[in-house]
Design a protein around this ligand. Structure first.
Ligand code: FEO
Ligand code: CA
Ligand code: CA
Ligand code: CA
Length: 499
């Protein structure tokens, strides 16, 4: 029976057990408060917090001065997808007779869908009774399905994007990460949603990129960096090579898709923030071959496997990075989700959430060790860190986050019913997994989410006294006022230690 394991030497909390309880269940002494939910007003313009909260990135208010303010800051939250069924209930459209082909005839619904996706910047503050959203017209703003976004890099203006240098909106914003210069990278994952929901004039190749947003400067253009390739981007983990260039590790969340890294041409400038804003515009994209334990460059100039009509130039390689990765020998993996770099030894942890096509229902977390301790190395070794299933008690690992001790926080994503293969796991959970000592690779359950939800976006404040989490697609918990469906939201967990 999978459950939170017994007492831990490492965990500062008494693990909770698997439960069907329709609430955020936490260990004794910890509590949660909701900071913002779908539909909450965030500024006087009337912009609202979007739907399907996923990534959380906390920026201390004094980040740009190198500060660690853990009681006031800006938070970026991704809004992964719209929930049209809910919006139809809100505005009185009969879902039974609605046809998405006619979406253009429902401008109010289309507007709600486009305003539900993208991301939010919100100013937050820790008060005596928990964290609060500060209504603030300087910082609080939305990036959504209507925001003009610049393309950068080799595919900008190319025929593959219809010659576009600017595109309309962002969607499929799953996870992402923080850059070393305090911007956010938001990852466009399942961008076919635009087609699925019947959005008119939808150009696939304008989506599926990594989007950079400066939370501190609303005037700085939002940009999509084509040098990082186009696929179902899950998240980004940024580090430095030994010679000071930037590495970005990235998963393509699809069954039998690959693991990638990008190495910038330019070096990171730790003293001049402004000098780093073009760093993601040029560099080399690599794909992982597990059998060769090597990174293979997706560089048309040097790899004859890419010198084919399908990949007419480097812009074609990047726009079709999934096909290019497979063409050069990238290894098909079991849905690469979140990836994070260990804060002490630089090893790289990747969630492979599952691959039902291969009968892998529980997934695993793999630990990669770059050769010579250098992210620029073209070779690596790897081992399975946690195997999902009965033995570990964890299933379908998704978002990852490290604390300062090097414990890995892991959230799960699956849909359990009382009768399917996930029945024993009940509601999705949050786990802490030590990465050294006697409890290496042993998960301890910290939280259990409300029914039907996926808990996403774990992120600790620098003082590690608050853990932010998002609750995505709860069935009925945190209902929309006057409705029965639950609302996605950002929560702050406090009350005990996280290390
Ligand atoms: Fe949107 Fe791969 O999770
Ligand atoms: Ca999700
Ligand atoms: Ca995910
Ligand atoms: Ca997932």
């Amino acid at each position: 029976q999978p459950s939170g394991k017994g007492k831990s030497l490492t965990a500062p909390f008494k693990p909770v057990s698997r439960t069907w309880e329709n609430d955020m269940v936490l260990p004794n002494g910890y509590n949660y408060s909701i900071i913002a939910s779908y539909g909450d007003k965030i500024n006087s313009k009337g912009e609202r917090f979007g739907d399907a909260a996923d990534l959380t990135v906390y920026f201390p208010m004094d980040s740009l001065k190198g500060g660690n303010n853990s009681e006031e800051g800006l938070i970026w939250v991704n809004h992964e997808f719209p929930e049209p069924g809910n919006y139809m209930k809100m505005i009185g459209i009969n879902e039974a007779t609605f046809k998405k082909e006619n979406l253009a005839n429902y401008p109010e619904l289309l507007k709600m869908e486009k305003e539900a996706v993208g991301g939010s910047v919100i100013h937050v503050k820790k008060e005596k009774d928990g964290w609060k959203l500060v209504l603030d017209d300087t910082y609080n703003r939305r990036v959504d399905g209507n925001t003009p976004i610049e393309l950068t890099g080799p595919a900008r203006g190319s025929s593959y994007v219809g010659g576009a240098t600017t595109v309309v909106g962002s969607l499929g914003n799953c996870s992402g990460g923080r850059t070393l210069w305090n911007t956010v990278l938001s990852c466009e994952e399942n961008t076919e949603y635009g087609d699925d929901y019947g959005w008119p004039n939808f150009n696939d190749n304008h989506y599926g990129w990594v989007v950079e947003v400066d939370p501190f400067d609303p005037k700085r253009p939002v940009r999509k960096h084509t040098a990082l390739g186009r696929f179902a981007h899950e998240n980004t983990a940024m580090g430095l090579t030994n010679d000071g260039r930037v590495v970005v590790y990235m998963g393509d969340d699809k069954g039998d898709a690959c693991f990638y890294k990008f190495i910038s041409s330019k070096k990171f400038n730790p003293v001049n923030r402004e000098a780093n804003f073009d760093i993601l515009e040029s560099g080399t994209l690599y794909v992982a071959s597990m059998s060769q334990q090597k990174w293979i460059a997706l560089d048309r100039a040097t790899n004859s496997k890419l010198q084919t009509p399908e990949f007419a130039d480097q812009a074609a390689v990047l726009t079709n990075a999934r096909a290019a990765g497979l063409a050069v020998g990238g290894t098909k993996l079991d849905r690469p989700e979140d990836v994070e770099i260990h804060p002490h030894d630089g090893s790289v942890f990747l969630s492979l959430t599952n691959n039902t096509g291969h009968g892998n229902f529980h997934g695993q977390i793999v630990r990669f060790v770059p050769a010579n301790g250098d992210h620029a190395s073209e070779s690596f070794t790897f081992e399975v860190f946690v195997a999902g299933g009965q033995q570990s008690g964890i299933t379908c690992p998704d978002n990852l986050h490290f604390d300062s001790k090097g414990n890995l926080w892991v959230v799960e994503d699956y849909a359990a019913t009382e009768t399917n293969q996930y029945a024993a796991y009940k509601n999705c959970g949050v786990f802490m997994v030590p990465t050294d000592g006697k409890e290496y690779g042993e998960p301890f359950q910290f939280a259990s989410g409300p029914k039907g939800c996926e808990v996403t976006g774990p992120w600790l404040t620098p003082d590690e006294k608050t853990l932010f989490l998002d609750v995505q697609h709860p069935e009925t918990w945190n209902p929309y006022p006057g409705q029965t469906f639950g609302r996605s939201c950002l929560v702050a967990v406090q009350g005990g230690s996280f290390k």
